[in-house]
Design a protein around this ligand. Sequence first.
Ligand SMILES: NC(=O)c1ccc[n+]([C@@H]2O[C@H](COP(=O)([O-])OP(=O)(O)OC[C@H]3O[C@@H](n4cnc5c(N)ncnc54)[C@H](OP(=O)(O)O)[C@@H]3O)[C@@H](O)[C@H]2O)c1
Length: 271
Amino acid sequence: MTSSILTDTYTLANGVTIPKVGFGTWQIPQSQAEEAVYNALTLGYRHIDTALAYQNEQGVGAGIKDAGIPREQIFVTTKLPAETKTYAGAKQDFETSLKNLGLDYVDLYLIHAPWPWAKRGNYDQENKDVWRAMEEIYQSGRAKAIGISNFGVPEMKNIFAGATVKPMVNQIQYHVGYTENVITKFAKDNGLLVEAYSPLATGRLLQDPDLTAIAESYNVSIAQLAIKFCLQNGTLPLPKATHRDHAEINAQLDFTISDKDMAKLNSLEEE
Ligand SMILES: NC(=O)c1ccc[n+]([C@@H]2O[C@H](COP(=O)([O-])OP(=O)(O)OC[C@H]3O[C@@H](n4cnc5c(N)ncnc54)[C@H](OP(=O)(O)O)[C@@H]3O)[C@@H](O)[C@H]2O)c1
């Protein structure tokens, strides 16, 4: 593995460093997660993104163990389910995640979403209660950083208003054609790192004719171009790959997209 991008880091507001490319694990079933995570780590990835809701934390934990890399060299994120909107529930789910992963701490713990997936609405008070639990988990040292995911500007403001520890990360959907500029700017202005989930639009970008010619001009695949696009916009991509060859190519990012092409990519809008 020649690329250093997997060990290059961003620094969070609390000083914790986070590898600039994470390995996503959504929709990797428990039965395949061990191998996928082992592959990623042996390819050089040092940042793994999972969630209690992905139902693969045990496999992820097993893959981490198999790789035999010192724990402090790996950055592990997991998430509190979107449906858990109580202080006690948050504490309990965190214990479950640690147990599933077989770890005694995670590097980053996120609230998965501001509302339960099937019940969008105003959960301002509930999110404040949950954030109190997140802060206590952080203060205990068992999550080295805490944050949020899928939070828009009003939901971020609600957390900031009651927080003693500000979230360090907002993980949002972010890819060519979908860059959530208002949310991204607000998060960055408030010192949060923006993590780009679905950097390949869950695979949809891979057939995009607008991207084919640009990718070819750099002699790279659309996947590489799309991941590099996130990095050059200062976000942290989390590409997911069940296949080892995908994981391998996604880490080969030793090229620079020109300002002109970045402007073009930034102007595209998903249909
Ligand atoms: N916080 C949230 O609510 C949230 C929501 C969605 C995602 N996420 C996080 O973000 C991660 C990534 O998002 P995502 O899972 O939606 O998908 P993605 O990374 O945008 O795309 C993954 C898809 O692209 C394929 N792929 C990857 N690299 C490829 C390559 N080089 N060539 C061809 N195909 C390639 C994968 O195939 P194979 O798997 O077959 O290799 C898979 O089908 C998730 O796994 C998760 O960790 C978070």
